[in-house]
Design a protein. Structure first.
Lengths: 646, 177
């Protein structure tokens, strides 16, 4: 549909072109995929029972046998026992991060992290291959895509992927790139707590203001949302994108060793081979995790492991666990207090607190949430499934299936530019509703200056070095003028995925200055293209075929949308536009029958151009309707029969 | 690149609300949700690229308008702008207030450096009271609407900028480890 506004009588048409879309929860510890069938979301389990645990959950572990295809999930975990250096777990923590950001976890992970000139960290495998976290995540997404395609009986038309609400721009871009690399059309990135609220809200027809407390394997989010008649509005979001169950496991190992330093020294100074050390570390952490999980039911649990030749055997009680977790949970408490303040709410004014993420199964965490919010938290839906279920609903919304739901999300961290003296000028404050924009005008400080260097930052601190660097831009082509005469307008625009786009424009001359982007951590488009090419060396379909498939889907979608719009709003079409649009449609139909994906792309663009005046009219109508608080039909009734008269 | 479409439309008109200072928060939020139902980019997800791009522009304008109208300070600045009064970068400040804020900033910087969070909290609470008083005072001034009242509103808004910046600094101090 050109306009996916709920209107009776369109449902048959929608059912006829029902798209295959899914929601994916790409987690630190586990990942899963869900879809909407018969108006309610369900997780997609593995086709064959691969033994043990929840069959819908794929452990977020990838193992790389030398020269072979990567193994994902339980198979990867099994191989990881003997080949820890080739086996990557918790890759989500590395997304959009430089080595300096994650160096602290190196002694705690069995694989080797390597620097890439200060850009996104890489993982070096036993055979010397270096992989980007984006490629490792793409392997997990590919596994989920194939699983969904088997279950749904054909290629996917698109996917919604969830990210922690507190993920910054670089982390979101890395996630979207991983989706592309996995051959997915990424319809939208959705914040995990927002997706969870969607699943909860729809399930229960809820109204009111809720906190979503989401403690996963490696990330922590807390969001305050208002739910009214299908509108899910995020009021504020906060968290810590490096706080989760993983940290609790490591803290338990440290506790069992007796002091903080001995963990590093035990694993490093003994001069163990990488593989040997890795095995020890992996086993110690697995033992800690198992003990933690036993404490969900029991009051105490045995804990034994060996690290660097030192044998540890002890018993951990719930009280011990509470003490071990206390510093981590204090970080969580601070984030909760701040998000309440940002949203302008007191804990007692909330209608409820929802628990999301596997780590919220722990009674220690539940006690903490109860203390912070002063109420019993809600946990009716499986905290491991709820994010994927919500993502599936959002995918269905975007595919035109569910029509009575709107998600209104926010930017988690302020966006700004570095100005004189390393001070950050915030252009978009945190918790601004997305999509959003802001502009700032800069001037030249020297005569005949034709370029600018700009540094884009994200974060709350006042100085550039304390914020996250997102990108450095060089502006060129500003016409030479006396100092202070040029007016360069920098515009920040955040899209519905929470990803920032920057543009620049010189106002005095009207010159659109060119921008050169150097992402601080992300991959350039060329790098993604190259990885895409590499990944298809081994894949079942080649790149041209894949491009053809993607362009055909897009062409079919546009043809159907245009046809439906022309039928519905014939009176908004004047003769010229109609003739041009029909000609472009005929061309595109002919091209879709062929196999040249570039030609199809051009055909799509030509149709977009031809139908633009018509699209604008329809858009104005929608805006008018919204302004007047009327339905589109009501506004249409008031319109003259011929658009020319307007 | 920017196009004419990105020029900010009137934020009150965008939300279909009267251009007044005294607006009920609940009414602003309700109107925003109603508009979002129609204009949210999700509603155009199946549309061709050109239309999606336009939908994004409209949604952005709506969200930006919401940020302006729901915050008393920005709402007041938008009303002043409608009356042809803008606040520049080098506005004159009441000398007495200038002295006072400089002293308070010094006190805050010292409290921050010494890690005295209790004191930061006290300073913040006091300044928050001041912010409320300034914001509440704007209502009658905009209601009167004559040149003298608007000039007074402008003076108060200039003061408010300093107050808000001070409060931001308090937040930053409290957020530190």
């Amino acid at each position: 549909m050109l306009f996916q506004i709920a209107e009776p009588g369109e449902s048959n048409e929608k059912a006829a072109c029902k798209k295959r879309v899914v929601g994916i929860d790409l987690g630190t510890t586990n990942s899963l995929v869900a879809h909407v069938a018969d108006a309610s979301p369900a997780v997609i389990a593995a086709g064959s029972a691969s033994g043990g645990g929840d069959d819908a959950m794929v452990p977020s572990v990838v193992s790389y046998p030398p020269g072979g295809e990567p193994l994902v999930g339980r198979e990867a975990m099994a191989r990881g026992v003997e080949h820890p250096a080739d086996t990557i777990a918790s890759v989500k923590r590395l997304m959009g991060r430089a080595l300096a950001d994650v160096a602290a976890i190196q002694p705690l992970v069995p694989y080797q992290l390597v620097d890439d000139q200060g850009r996104m960290v890489k993982v070096r495998l036993g055979d010397g291959r270096e992989l980007s976290p984006v490629q490792v995540s793409a392997a997990i997404l590919t596994e989920l895509r194939q699983r969904a395609e088997n279950a749904l009986g054909g290629a996917l038309d698109g996917a919604v992927i969830t990210v922690p609400a507190y993920f910054d721009d670089a982390q979101r871009q890395a996630t979207r790139d991983a989706g592309r690399l996995a051959g997915l059309e990424v319809l939208r990135l959705v914040a995990e707590p927002t997706a969870a609220a969607l699943a909860y809200g729809l399930d229960r027809g809820t109204r009111g203001t809720y906190a979503v407390y989401d403690l996963g394997g490696g990330t922590f989010d807390v969001s305050i949302l208002t739910l009214v008649d299908g509108v899910f509005e995020v009021r504020a979001t906060g968290g810590d994108s490096a706080l989760g169950g993983d940290d609790i496991d490591r803290a338990i190992v440290r506790w069992a060793l007796g002091d903080d330093a001995s963990f590093d020294s035990a694993s490093r100074a003994l001069g163990l081979a990488q593989d040997e050390r890795g095995r020890d570390v992996a086993r110690a952490i697995a033992a800690a995790r198992a003990a933690k999980e036993r404490l969900t039911e029991a009051e105490s649990a045995a804990l034994a492991f060996e690290l660097g030749g030192r044998r540890v055997s002890t018993t951990i009680t719930r009280e011990d666990l509470a003490r071990v977790c206390a510093p981590l949970l204090e970080r969580s408490a601070r984030a909760c207090r701040r998000v309440l303040k940002d949203a302008g709410y007191q804990a007692e004014d909330l209608d409820g607190v929802v628990l999301v993420g596997g780590s919220t199964r722990s009674p220690v965490v539940r006690d903490h949430v109860r203390a912070v919010f002063g109420r019993e938290p809600m946990c009716e839906l499986d905290p491991d499934h709820v994010v994927a279920l919500g993502a599936a609903v959002q995918a269905d919304v975007l595919a035109g299936g569910t029509t009575d739901v709107v998600l209104i999300d926010v930017v988690p961290l302020s966006l700004g530019l570095e100005t004189m003296g390393g001070v950050v000028e915030k252009l978009i404050p945190r918790n601004s509703t997305i999509p959003c924009g802001a502009t700032q005008t800069f001037t030249t400080y020297a005569d005949n200056q034709t370029g600018f260097d700009l540094h884009v930052l994200q974060g709350e601190r006042e100085t550039a070095d304390a914020c996250r660097s997102l990108a450095r831009f060089t502006l060129r082509g500003v016409p030479p003028m006396v100092a202070g005469a040029a007016r360069v307008e920098i515009s920040f625009q955040v899209d519905a995925d929470g990803i920032l786009h920057v543009a620049a424009h010189e106002q005095m001359s009207g010159v659109a200055a060119t921008i050169q982007v150097k992402p601080s951590y992300g991959l350039t488009d060329e790098e993604v293209e190259r990885m895409l090419l590499e990944s298809f060396d081994h894949a079942e379909e080649d790149l041209a075929e894949r491009n053809l498939r993607i362009e055909r889907i897009e062409a079919d979608r546009i043809l159907a949308a245009t046809r439906a719009a022309m039928e519905k709003d014939a009176r908004l079409l004047d003769a010229d536009v109609e003739a041009a649009t029909r000609a472009a449609m005929a061309d595109l139909e002919r091209l879709v029958a062929g196999t040249d994906h570039v030609a199809i792309r051009h055909g799509i663009e030509a149709l977009d151009r031809a139908s633009k005046p018509f699209a604008e009219r329809r858009m104005n109508l929608a805006v008018e309707a919204a302004m007047k608080g009327k339905s589109i039909d009501e506004v249409e009734r008031d319109l003259p029969a011929h658009p020319e008269v307007r | 690149m920017l196009s004419a479409e990105t020029q900010t439309p009137d934020p009150f008109a965008m939300l279909g609300l009267p251009a007044r200072f005294d607006l009920d928060t609940q009414a602003i939020e309700t109107r925003f949700r109603e508009r979002s139902r129609e204009l949210h980019p999700d509603k155009f997800a199946g549309a061709p690229a050109a239309e999606r791009a336009q939908a994004l522009v409209r949604a952005r304008a709506l969200n930006d308008a919401y940020q302006v109208v729901r915050r008393p300070q920005r709402r007041a600045e938008a009303l002043l702008a409608r009356a042809g009064l803008t606040i520049g970068d080098h506005e004159q400040l009441d000398p007495a207030f200038l002295m006072e804020i400089l002293e308070l900033r010094e006190e805050l910087a010292e409290a921050r450096a010494a890690g005295k969070l209790e004191l930061v909290n006290e300073l913040q609470t006091a300044m928050q009271g001041r912010r409320r008083a300034l914001e509440q005072g704007l209502g009658p001034l905009f209601a009167a609407g004559d040149a003298e009242s608007l000039a007074a509103a402008k003076r108060d808004l200039i003061t408010l900028r300093y107050v808000v910046r001070y409060l931001d600094e308090c937040d930053a101090a409290l957020d530190e480890d």
